[in-house]
Design a protein around this ligand. Structure first.
Ligand code: P5A
Length: 441
């Protein structure tokens, strides 16, 4: 993409309304704009990040055996009356009435709707286990939406729902998600720590929050230092194998959110305890038959008896993650994107647009990078070098290649990683080799 064409309204000044660094940087880097309180439009750069985050989530869900569906944002109040949550959910639920005076709502979550689908369409235990997910916008009328996309009213969530015949199978479904979440967050360059959590309005008695440590996190968290060094299972992981040993390893260490932590009873010594702030990026729940019973999601088991399905639900804050990644990875100049979610891998800066040699070298390299299959933002604007560099640092692309008249005289360009480290001077051949190697071939 040519920078001269890209709709990327960056801001020099720090917007006054933004209290935390990710919100400030997302506004300054032209990623999002507020539409109304807690509701955002995603501009091209922001949307590319959101899509990449979403895709990592999707790939890890698919790898675990979950199947993607898409349920609507608008739901009928009737189902929620059956589960008893229509009243319980209170003011956080956005209630809507249609022209026929029917009560609808903008879904804050989908336990009822998915259970209703299963109630109608699942007939035999042979179709189990089943795990269905979707990635869809949710609405929760938070009292105090703040911190940009981190605590919005409208936000993108990946939510899935597992259905099993008995507790042992349901526990395995839960464990699969536990491991899939560890892998998902790791791919985004995040250290997410699973913590025992309160189940709130979702319900049930087994639940873990996945919390990314960051100074600006909304809640205080406490955990054993050892958890910061734990290994995450790699691609060799067999999801059908017994995952309990992996879970046991992770849960053997103390980790608790504010509301679960009792200082007097904490088993970890002071020198081993990390006290930090965290951002909840995921939350998993096992709640048995809480929804399947009232909504009639029942199957005939192998012995002919009818049993209500054992269920769990599993959420990831997809739009929140875009902010959480920035909280975890930035400096005083701007964002530092991990390669896995960066809007473009390379920022190509032409220091002297209009100069024939610079333009030729720039255009050539731009084409070469694209043909190699890598994503690149080419700053071809006729602007001061200082401004171009500041812009690139702000938007945080992992690699910067700089072409200037002085270097070109010696046939050289500059390569610099955004995350820090030395700037390399490379010949045009060398930079092409680097690009080819980066593209994996
Ligand atoms: C699990 C999936 C649920 O809703 N039902 C379906 C369960 N869980 S949850 O913890 O309430 O939400 C899941 C994740 O969504 C993100 N999230 C938010 N992101 C941005 N703004 C919000 N207001 C918001 N509320 C929840 C969190 O990452 C949470 O872990």
């Amino acid at each position: 993409m040519r920078r001269s064409r890209l709709f990327l309204p960056t801001l020099r000044e720090t917007p006054a309304e933004a209290q935390i660094v990710s919100h400030r940087l997302m506004l300054r880097a032209g990623m999002v704009r507020q539409a109304s309180a807690g509701i955002y439009s995603w501009l091209p750069l922001g949307l590319r990040v959101l899509k990449r985050v979403e895709q990592i989530v999707r790939e890890e869900q698919d790898a675990s055996g979950a199947q993607e569906i898409l349920m609507p944002t608008i739901q009928s109040a009737d189902l929620w009356r059956k589960s008893g949550r229509y009243e319980d959910y209170g003011k956080e639920m956005l209630r809507i009435r249609d022209r026929h005076d029917r009560d609808l709502l903008y879904g804050p979550t989908n336990e009822e709707l998915i259970t209703d689908i299963l109630a109608s369409d699942l007939s035999s235990y042979r179709d189990l286990p089943l795990n269905l997910y979707h990635i869809q916008w949710k609405f929760r009328d938070e009292v105090r939406p703040r911190f940009g996309v981190m605590r919005g009213r409208e936000f993108l969530m990946k939510d899935n729902y597992s259905f099993d015949l008995d507790f042992a199978a349901a526990r395995h479904s839960y464990n699969k998600m536990f491991v899939a979440y560890l892998r998902t967050f790791k791919r985004m360059g995040l250290k997410a720590i699973p913590m025992r959590a309160d189940t709130g309005p979702i319900g049930g008695d087994l639940s873990h929050e996945f919390v990314v440590l960051a100074d600006t996190g909304e809640s205080a968290v406490f955990c054993d230092k050892a958890l910061l060094e734990m290994d995450v299972p790699g691609a060799e992981l067999d999801y059908d194998a017994d995952l309990q040993p992996v879970i046991d390893k992770w849960t053997a260490y103390y980790a608790a959110t504010d509301d679960m932590h009792v200082a007097d009873k904490c088993p970890v010594g002071e020198d081993q305890l990390v006290t930090a702030r965290g951002i909840e990026v995921g939350h998993i729940f096992y709640f048995g038959t809480k929804y399947s019973e009232p909504l009639g999601a029942v199957v005939q088991g192998p012995d002919g008896k009818r049993v209500a399905l054992e269920m769990g639900s599993y959420g990831i804050g997809v739009s929140r993650l875009a902010g959480a990644i920035i909280e975890a990875s930035h400096d005083d100049k701007g964002i530092i994107w991990p390669e896995s979610v960066a809007p473009y891998l390379i920022g190509l800066v032409n220091l002297k647009s209009g100069d024939r040699d610079c333009d030729t070298a720039g255009d050539d390299l731009y084409g070469f990078i694209q043909r190699a299959g890598l994503s690149v933002l080419y700053d071809d604007r006729n602007e001061r070098a200082g401004g171009k560099f500041a812009d690139m640092e702000l938007i945080g692309l992992p690699w910067r290649i700089t072409i200037g008249p002085r270097g070109l005289k010696n046939g050289k360009v500059e390569l610099q990683p955004r995350a820090g480290g030395a700037t390399d001077e490379l010949s045009l051949d060398e930079i092409r080799n680097w690009i080819t190697a980066k593209a994996g071939g």
